[in-house]
Ligand binder design. Structure first.
Ligand SMILES: C[S@@+](CC[C@H](N)C(=O)[O-])C[C@H]1O[C@@H](n2cnc3c(N)ncnc32)[C@H](O)[C@@H]1O
Length: 163
């Protein structure tokens, strides 16, 4: 993480503040970190390994303390999963689950799944936003009784579903 690609953006924070770019990284390199790693295989692997090692810290706790959360599900999609460290630990601990690991194509390109772990590559920002009626159908079909969609900061929403 001391690679100049990663440290240089810290020298551009004051330039980033008044501009309309999303991050100091974007201000420095002209793309998001994720687009950048698409063309830099070495950095791609480094970033993915770093996130994977970070994810292992919480994985044990999730598997140990959140058992009841996973009991009611048959399947799980881990969006922005990276190389799937968390998903792998979850399907190992709860083998009745089928899990889809979704991340950018260059992140999951060389990864092999198993019978109950499938890797899928794509861009989560491509496609169409669901309207409220479609969300409601999704929740009710999944067995939930009620839901609440609350706007946060104008562009994002928090969705709560109730059983
Ligand atoms: C902060 S990492 C989280 C990784 C993993 N969930 C973890 O906890 O270790 C964010 C992930 O989002 C992925 N990502 C970024 N933009 C994306 C997009 N537009 N579509 C799909 N995945 C994306 C990146 O490749 C990266 O693996």
């Amino acid at each position: 993480m001391l690679d100049p690609i990663m440290t240089k953006p810290w020298h551009h924070v004051s330039e980033w503040f008044p501009n309309d770019k999303p991050t100091p990284f974007y201000t420095t390199h002209g793309s998001t970190l994720w687009d950048y790693t698409c063309h830099e295989p070495k950095l791609n692997h480094l970033i993915n390994d770093t996130m994977s090692s970070d994810a292992q810290l919480v994985t044990n706790m999730v598997v140990r303390d959140c058992k009841r959360v996973f009991k009611g599900f048959n399947s799980l999609v881990d969006i922005d999963s990276g190389t799937g460290t968390v998903a792998k630990a979850i399907v190992d601990a709860f083998p009745h689950l089928k899990c889809i690991v979704f991340d950018l194509p260059h992140v999951v390109a060389d990864l092999k799944g198993t019978e109950n772990l499938i890797y899928a590559g794509g861009d989560m920002f491509e496609g169409r936003e669901r309207n409220e009626k479609e969300w409601a159908k999704l929740f009710f079909d999944a067995g939930f009784n009620d839901y609440k969609i609350a706007p946060v900061l104008g562009l994002r929403y928090v969705i709560e579903v109730y059983a």
